[in-house]
Ligand binder design. Sequence first.
Ligand code: FMN
Length: 360
Amino acid sequence: MALADLARKGLFLFDPETAHGLSIAALKSGLVPVCPQKTDPRLRQTVAGLEFFNPLGMAAGYDKNAEVPEALLRLGFGFAEIGTVTPKPQSGNPKPRIFRLAGDEAVINRLGFNNEGHAAALERLKSCARDALIGVNIGANKDSEDRVADYVAGIRTFYDVARYFTANISSPNTPGLRDLQARESLAALLSAVLAARAEQAAQSGRRVPVFLKIAPDLAEEGLDDIAEVSLAHDLDGLIVSNTTLSRDGLSDRTHANEAGGLSGKPLFARSTAVLAKMRKRVGEALPIIGVGGVNSAETAAEKIRAGADLVQLYSCMVYAGPGLPASIVKGLSALCDRERLASIRDIRGTRTGYWAEKNL
Ligand SMILES: Cc1cc2nc3c(=O)[nH]c(=O)nc-3n(C[C@H](O)[C@H](O)[C@H](O)COP(=O)(O)O)c2cc1C
């Protein structure tokens, strides 16, 4: 058994949150095997003006405090998203608050934006290489009296160190946060956030893209509203999706009744359908990052076929281990060989119609 496999099995002896902390410590220590970033030109992507070595990123929530973004890139990811960070540090919900559903390759979490706050993450990001493709996922404190102001503070604080921003309004674990997805609230949020970005861009001469991360638990009308408001503002892209409140598709009922957001394999179908429905609505105007249940090169490719420009993952790495990003990237190159593609982008949108027709 490979060392990484052994380490992964060992981590399962610990509760999920302790295991997560140990995996961060392992990445910090450099104990995890490194995958040199091979640059298959067919996997290179330019999205929102940024150049990605490959289309696979680490999703937000793994490295909430920006402790190991460069180590994540060394595992083979083309980009890494840190956060969600909130202005003030906060401890999140009482433990236990992460649950493994191993039979389903799924996770339920109700962490509630536990993080060390803006200042701590900023200090760490200042020491990262300027060209490392690190995105900063911003949110609002639970007790905030002005949530929009918290997002604006995120833009101002991290402007010099972020290659892109994600405004996360879709965590189910901060009461009321998802209400920011409603038409009027979203318009107010985007106006304020994008005005702050415009100010910073004018001062620095550098325009940092801003993406919006949405929930998979939206009905068709909700998707219409988000698409319209997004297109009416100077937004750079959508991330589809966050975790779901639904418990559909679970065979392992052990923790099914725990409150929180479900992620991993059972989220794949719903998040991919929502992604395709958004692609239909926004056309070519906005890049989309597809996330939810990616566990292989084939599922990553299917997100791209459904209309994604880039793909992210988190939960399935808990089960597959740190070799997963490198194996997916290799698998995408193999797919390019097999299908004689000049670029992985050639499959983008080829199955948007199929996925967009699914009932939510
Ligand atoms: C333990 C855990 C913590 C997460 N924390 C965040 C977070 O802080 N911010 C965020 O935008 N998404 C967060 N997510 C959601 C992921 O970024 C991702 O959108 C979701 O899990 C679906 O992808 P996956 O099925 O590959 O995990 C979290 C997910 C998990 C499992």
